[in-house]
Write a protein that binds this ligand. Sequence first.
Ligand SMILES: [Zn+2]
Length: 268
Amino acid sequence: MPELPEVQTVLEGFIEAVGSTRITALDCYYPGTVILDPELESSVFPAQIQGHRRLGKYMTISLKGGHSLVVHLRMTGKLVYNPSPDEPLKHERARFSLENGAVVHFIDIRTFGKIILCKSSNLERYLPNLGAEPLEPCYTAAYLQKQLSSRKAPIKNALLDQSVVAGLGNIYVCELLYRAKIHPETPSNQVNLRSLQRIVKETRQVLAEAIAVGGTSVSDFRSIDDKTGSFQNFLRVYQKTECPRGHKIANVKLAGRSSFYCPVCQHP
Ligand SMILES: [Zn+2]
């Protein structure tokens, strides 16, 4: 599932590919993939992109004329730029058409992905309650301490909660907890301030490293030009059998997700 670095990679690729070319249409090929704001005005397209921002795992794109797009890739969604399009592709659920004849396919095998087109003034209605952005200054040890002080759930689960930290998923939480030397089952309210400081530092570090190489492609993640990221080559515990120090990796199910950790480096 795409997490913050993958969503950032796709969003930047989309913005670069579309550039100043106007979007002329958004067609939907699968019921429910495209959601239209009931207050939408009829003449949205053609429209040029005005700005963009990633919020957690959501891409938001503002269009000239007061409208916005929200793209949520969910499990298997991907955007693929194609300068010479033809009939809809297998698993293509929606399509952006551009004034220059190119298109951006929204391909989504599992069909959980969504594209929302709304009035910009209604944007917040289409976004859930999201916690701190981990690459912004608001994400601090003090913030985490406040959020976690009354939670007994494992720290792994708390960091996956999008209303605590926006954009993290299973891969990066496994990786950052390994780097911060914290056992994933540690009760959230028992992680001390020094450990929370390590979590904040390692979250930023692992995300920055992953963004720099275009994200992680362990299953079907692809960037806009249908290329894979390469952070899977730098993972230390996720789907590994040994940690970088040669210890055997353990795997425990937490919140239904496989949590890879090193029982030696991440002692409780
Ligand atoms: Zn180890």
